[in-house]
Design a protein around this ligand. Sequence first.
Ligand SMILES: Cc1ncc(COP(=O)(O)O)c(C=O)c1O
Length: 377
Amino acid sequence: MKDLSPRPDLWSLDPDVLHLNHGSYGAVPRRTQELLARLRTETEANPMLWFRSVADRLTTSRLELARFLGTDPAGFALLPNASAGVTAALAAIPIRPGSRIVLTDHIYGAVRYAAERIARARQAEVVVVEIPLEADDDTVVAAISAALDERTAALIVDQISSGTAMVFPIRRLAEACGGIPLIVDGAHAPALLDSPAQDGADFWTGNFHKWPAAPRGTAGLVVAEKWREATLPLIVSWSEYDERLPERFDMQGTYDYATWIAAAESLRVLADLDWPARRPQLTTLVENGAQLLAKAVGTDLPDVAHPAATMRLVEIPFDATRSPDAGEAFKIRVSRELKAEITLTGFDERIFVRLSAHAYNSLRDYELLASRLPTLL
Ligand SMILES: Cc1ncc(COP(=O)(O)O)c(C=O)c1O
């Protein structure tokens, strides 16, 4: 029997705080932090020697990250974040005047802005498909398919949405695209879904600095073979004419490559935590935690057809319209007065706490939040 007890000792998180929002910025285990510190010491001992060693070490780490995703390393490039991944994908696709970029109302705000920027530049249009929170896969596929036509230049969909923590049926959507370029925003997918980049998207991007707990600034872009030549890093540097996609993205000018090199250490931490066995246990934990919180605030849990493995929404009675910064102000009060870190999301005029569970959490965290949060509502 594997020991799957909570392991806050592997992280350096403040024990006086309830850390219930891994989903936003992750949290890096001590072991990876220590490796990163050693790499930085090495850099500062001899920057010239360090930069000479970067290419080989980066290749080793990149191959390990590609293996973790179960993807072809020849189509896998490193980037600082999922925002950069979506932006690079949009830049590779021909988007003609009068064409449409289709996305959904679950899209991450910054990704929508990326689509809007390119649409403005190319005289194209952004079309937003509305998908109910409680939609099943058939409803999702039917609603998105109905918006695809000969004017569609690209479809962007979340694999796991941020605001609604919902898993989208990517394979079915790839089939529905029938040749229309599909960009999958898999920011939350690494470590929450097995082989997340294997569902037939033209472009897939995902963050290692969320659930795999890698240092911040580590993300990947998986590019289908036919798009590899056209896909370029956002920063033009010395690898501009390298025909190999991963190597082209490896070189971003003078940059702190230690982050990418140390990232693979977090994958080893996950392996040592028996992540495949632990993840379903975290699903149960976050579900139980969400039930406790919903009961405490007097709401019903939304019936999301495919919720993310380690995130759950709990609706709270909260009037977000009372001021433009009401949500931010509330999170700051929760942080200061309740010693808890949570995030709020809004969908369809409803406000939710989006709870997370990672290997450092235990049921006690949710019990304490449930006992404290009603005092601020
Ligand atoms: C669905 C989704 N897409 C994109 C992003 C952006 O990620 P990053 O800030 O790493 O670019 C996030 C971040 O939370 C997200 O949840």
